[in-house]
Design a protein around this ligand. Structure first.
Ligand SMILES: C[S@@+](CC[C@H](N)C(=O)[O-])C[C@H]1O[C@@H](n2cnc3c(N)ncnc32)[C@H](O)[C@@H]1O
Length: 285
């Protein structure tokens, strides 16, 4: 079994590594390293990735300068800067990668947003912050890295104020996915399982959350991984210089597995949005 701390340490080592930092900065979409919502199959990755953030923000109760948001697995902080500059929110980024955190802090400084964005080095399985501190918990394509997703959900429940909202995306397996077919994908991210829509629904319901809305968009995940693969092929030599040929070859194989898994109906991805109630279903507060 993958131990919880092994998964955290592996994510930290991977996202801190120079090849990964160069790849995510130069190919994946710059500041946003998550799946995009695509208008066309050849759309710019950065534009589609930003559309996901905009779409998620529009689903929440109106965001205001008083709104405190926690972004779990915050990457380079593109979402935090979007929320802070467009809505005046205060955002706390939690990320296990200190390399990404340093880049995040620099970009916040350059954007004049350091007063609104706090960047914390830590795991979303054990967030070093007090209970009931945030109106919104946000996470994009990060919880998949956990070997203990139930603990991440416990943390979300603990950190949110009563009636707080949890909005997230995650690459998941489909409900129909046969056993053992995901091994190539799981091996690359060094995990035993992926979550699923029903996993999140059941486990959030157990923790007193009520579902507000969910959109399932596995086609966007397929397009995203295919687009990243295309960009990687187009800038192959340049990225090999930055990240090394082994990393690039391995990444291309990995992206192919995600595209193949989506084509075969084994995968799921979408935006899930919940509100914290008490465990009996009544709104707290
Ligand atoms: C695919 S990236 C997504 C980054 C960001 N959410 C975005 O959309 O741009 C996954 C992120 O999860 C972070 N991560 C992985 N495991 C983590 C953990 N246990 N605690 C906190 N962050 C973690 C990684 O460092 C990385 O920043």
């Amino acid at each position: 079994m993958t131990e919880k701390n092994d998964a955290v340490a592996m994510a930290e080592e991977y996202y801190d590594s120079t090849p990964a930092v160069q790849f995510y900065k130069n190919v994946w979409g710059g500041e946003d390293i998550h799946i995009g919502l695509y208008r066309t199959e050849d759309e710019d990755i950065g534009e589609a990735s930003r559309r996901t953030v905009v779409n998620m923000a529009q689903r929440l109760s109106p965001l205001e300068p008083e709104t405190k948001v926690i972004d779990l697995g915050a990457g380079f902080g593109g979402t935090a800067r979007f929320l802070a500059s467009n809505f005046g929110c205060h955002v706390t980024c939690v990320n296990v990668s200190e390399t990404q955190n340093a880049l995040n802090r620099n970009m916040n400084e350059e954007a004049g947003l350091s007063d609104q964005i706090k960047v914390i080095h830590g795991s979303f399985e054990e967030v070093p912050l007090p209970d009931e501190n945030f109106e919104v918990a946000w996470s994009q394509d990060a919880i998949l890295h956990s070997a203990d997703r139930e603990t991440v959900l416990d943390e979300v429940q603990r950190l949110l104020k009563p009636e707080g909202e949890f909005i997230f995306t995650d690459p998941m397996q489909s409900e129909e996915c046969p056993q053992d077919v995901l091994q190539p994908i799981l091996d690359r991210i060094h995990l035993e399982t992926l979550g699923s829509v029903s996993f999140y629904r059941d486990n959030l319901a157990k923790r007193g959350f009520v579902e507000i809305d969910t959109i399932e968009r596995v086609d966007d995940m397929r397009t995203h991984y295919a687009r990243v693969g295309e960009e990687l092929r187009d800038s192959y030599d340049e990225i090999c210089e930055l990240s090394g040929p082994d990393y690039v070859e391995n990444m291309m194989r990995g992206l192919g597995h995600w595209v193949d898994g989506a084509d075969k109906g084994y995968l799921a991805w979408g935006i899930m949005h919940f509100q914290k109630h008490d465990r009996s279903g009544a709104v707290v507060g």
